[in-house]
Design a protein around this ligand. Structure first.
Ligand SMILES: *Cc1c(COP(=O)(O)O)cnc(C)c1O
Length: 400
């Protein structure tokens, strides 16, 4: 059986967990937590980092920090994980769902401004597959209307946005807040786990208080105050040192993990782009010029639901697991009665046609089996014939 995902261990996880246990400090906000937070803040230029127990918790902290409540509107793509929307719903805000782009699953920035009303407070770009949203366009809308940006960068560790002047900024460092996940299906893992990046210094202090159950205990531990107490709302968002110790073992090997994932991604790309996918209406991921690829995911887009279902079934019959992804949130059982009725056709299309291929460290020996199966299941021939045709055509046109 070739799985869709397998958690990858770097080797030192149990050693660091053992160390945390022997140190006798296993609650949160200890040495391993600080190491992870400092490393990530420095490496990616985040203002301040706080580890959380999940990506969902990072989003919940972010939603609290934006201060939204009943009557406020938050723009969220419909093609995303439940937690992106749920965090804001729990604050009493109204979620206004945005459609995806026609050419890739990220939210369509060109349609964004039409969704802004006097009640809009926050935009939540989700960097799907670790591929940047059009942040210059989103930022322009946010600036014009005084909106906060909260990036759902759950899949986007080690990925960047390349701005107009060529400036590279890490995803999660662009909005006021950036939310990451270290769930075992992501590139860097701790089982369950996450992180909030706080980039607006005005939110630093409150973020720490919300993280520590509404108390100023973190300041107390730093010696900044001589007693701590209840100062705000909050919850227990911080992970145990056992989880942070695991995460540190992963972060020490971040570059190797990324290099291996990128090799696997590239192998998919090189092989599949040499086949006549277009003749079968199948397409490959598109990475815009302003985005980088962190090899979080490799997906195919089928022409319709029936052909995708058939593909998944036939791959499964060959013991290879490929999986579809999100169901549209705007038409979910929970939200459809509250949705404003707009059709979101691109979101619906990705929900029906996108399929993710196996991608994890350790896949290499089995990747050719996956590729051969895709070729066979889809009845793909090499692209040669089509290319020859194209070349002939371009020669006829003057041959660029
Ligand atoms: C994984 C994911 C989350 C949730 O993260 P958890 O750590 O599983 O809570 C949220 N948003 C997106 C886009 C994700 O991919």
């Amino acid at each position: 059986m070739i799985h869709f995902n397998r958690p990858h261990m770097t080797g030192k996880e149990t050693e660091y967990i053992r160390q945390a246990v022997l140190d006798g400090k296993i609650s949160g906000n200890g040495e391993f937590t600080h190491r992870c937070q400092d490393y990530l803040a420095q490496r990616y230029g985040f203002g301040k980092c706080l580890l959380t127990t999940s990506g969902t918790d990072a989003l919940e902290m972010a939603a609290i920090l934006t201060g939204v409540g009943p009557g406020d509107e938050v723009i969220v793509p419909s093609y995303t994980f439940v937690s992106t929307a749920l965090a804001f719903i729990r604050c009493g805000a109204t979620v206004v769902f945005a459609d995806s782009r026609a050419d890739e699953p990220n939210l369509d920035a060109a349609q964004l401004e039409a969704l802004v009303t006097p009640r809009t407070r926050v935009i939540v770009p989700v960097h799907y597959a670790g591929c940047a949203c059009d942040m210059d366009a989103i930022q322009a809308v946010a600036d014009r209307h005084g909106l906060l940006i909260v990036e759902d960068a759950a899949q986007a560790i080690d990925s960047f946005h390349v701005g107009a002047g060529g400036t590279r900024r890490a995803l999660g460092s662009i909005g006021a807040l950036g939310c990451f996940s270290f769930h075992e299906t992501k590139n860097i893992i701790s089982g369950e786990g996450g992180m909030l990046a706080i980039n607006d210094p005005r939110l630093f202090r409150r973020a720490e208080i919300i993280w520590e159950k509404g108390t100023n205990r973190a300041e107390f531990f730093r010696g900044a105050v001589n007693k701590y107490g209840w100062v705000d709302i909050g919850s227990s968002f911080l992970p145990t040192e056992i989880v942070s110790a695991f995460l540190w073992a992963q972060l020490e090997h971040l570059d190797e993990i990324q290099a291996e994932r990128k090799r696997l991604w590239q192998r998919y790309w090189d092989f599949l782009s040499g086949l006549d996918l277009p003749a079968h209406g199948i397409s490959l991921p598109r990475i815009p010029a302003y985005a980088t690829n962190n090899a979080h995911m490799f997906y195919l887009l089928f022409p319709d639901l029936a052909r995708r279902s058939d593909f998944i079934a036939q791959m499964k019959a060959r013991d290879i697991l490929t999986v579809f992804h999100y169901l549209p949130l705007h038409s979910s059982e929970f939200y459809r009665a509250r949705h404003d009725g707009r059709a979101l056709p691109n979101c619906d299309r990705y929900a029906d046609t996108l399929v993710r291929l196996p991608l994890y460290c350790g896949l290499a020996p089995d990747q050719d089996t996956v590729l051969a199966a895709i070729r066979e299941v889809c009845g793909l021939a090499p692209r040669q014939a089509a290319e020859k045709g194209q070349r002939a055509a371009s020669t006829a046109l003057g041959g660029q």
